[in-house]
Design a protein around this ligand. Structure first.
Ligand code: NAP
Length: 313
């Protein structure tokens, strides 16, 4: 099978590539904004691709002729999306349309789109796929519009909503856990909100799930996250404990006290039953995910060079 991955230098894109290298023999073309690949020995091909450039998207997709496109590229800085709205829309919505136009021209091409819990307002929590979205940030609006574009396109597609990705990646934007760890390393007290609840997702599990979805080309909307609802303060303290830092350094604060640029849902936790029953896969809870992350970190197996040197089994 030929898989095209966008945003392959991002956290989820990297993990998808690394796990594909270990778990599958698929032919994979990685793409991102950078002119050259960050990956070592070329298990996969790499092409520079700015997904906002319609003609580049069209020519790359028509030349490579993927069976599946895993679209992880996005503008993911939620506060920047609030202030740089045009750029947010170009990357998070218009680019999706460019990819869909290109995919529609290929017979049997399946599109896997990554969306977000931020399509919900967070007033109730425990959201399943039947719940009505009501985004309260521009990022959330852009992700909902991108979902609608996928549905309207008629292209065979899976929409995956996920949230609070954590794990290791080479030169990626800080995720919540890596931010907490960088603060803990300073050995000074700092504050984390205790009134934002979500379902943290170990990125390795999501990447693994995406590859299984690619193989089955199952269409529809799926919520994929860790199974628990946890507030950020508790999650941060758990990360401190697992990584051997002092959890008492992490003090509590509230969303209203820190005043983030974009509104955040209070409780956007997911119910993931549809995903679990459809695919028979299990997503790990936060303590297990944090321990697995710690083990990778301790073993040093997170080096891209090391992982790519291994033959896929
Ligand atoms: N991280 C989370 O907690 C979370 C939660 C819910 C949903 N999601 C969704 O999951 C997906 C993957 O997220 P992630 O955490 O892996 O994001 P990420 O680490 O920010 O990776 C996104 C990648 O896309 C690239 N990119 C940005 N604009 C591009 C463009 N015009 N053309 C091509 N590539 C471009 C980025 O490059 P630069 O870094 O150079 O900009 C980056 O390498 C996204 O759709 C995101 O919305 C993430």
């Amino acid at each position: 099978m030929r898989i095209l991955v966008t945003g392959a230098h991002g956290l989820l894109g990297q993990k998808t590539a690394l796990i594909a290298a270990q778990e599958s023999a698929h032919e994979i073309l990685l793409t991102d904004l950078d002119p050259t690949s960050i990956f070592g020995p070329p298990r996969f091909e790499y092409e520079q691709l700015d997904v906002t450039r319609a003609s580049d998207v069209k020519s790359l997709v028509s030349q490579y002729r993927p069976d599946v496109i895993i679209h992880t590229a996005a503008m993911t800085d939620v506060d920047a999306c609030e202030t740089e709205r045009e750029q947010c829309w170009r990357v998070n919505v218009d680019a999706v349309k460019h990819l869909l136009v290109a995919a529609r021209k290929l017979e049997g091409c399946h599109f896997i789109h990554i969306s977000s819990d931020y399509v919900f307002d967070g007033e109730r929590g425990s959201y399943d796929e039947t719940c009505r979205p009501n985004p309260i940030s521009y990022y959330g609006k852009s992700k909902l519009a991108s979902e609608n574009a996928v549905v309207a396109s008629g292209v065979s597609a899976t929409i995956v909503r996920t949230q609070i990705l954590y794990g290791a990646g080479y030169r990626v934007r800080k995720n919540f856990v890596t931010w907490v760890l960088s603060m803990l390393e300073k050995n000074e007290p700092f504050r984390v909100v205790n009134d934002q609840v979500g379902s943290p997702t170990f990125v390795d599990d999501l990447a693994y799930a995406l590859l299984r979805i690619a193989e089955r080309k199952t269409t529809g909307l799926f919520h994929i996250s860790g199974p628990e609802a946890v507030d950020r303060w508790t999650f941060a303290r758990n990360a401190a404990t697992v990584f051997g830092f002092n959890p008492e350094l992490i003090l509590q604060t509230t969303t209203s006290e820190i005043g983030q640029t974009a509104h955040r849902p209070k409780n956007s936790s997911f119910v993931i039953l549809r995903f679990e029953t459809t695919f028979g896969l299990r997503m790990c809870g936060t303590m297990e995910g944090l321990r697995r992350f710690f083990e990778q970190h301790r073993d040093g197996t997170e080096s891209l060079q090391d992982l790519f040197a291994r033959k896929p089994s």
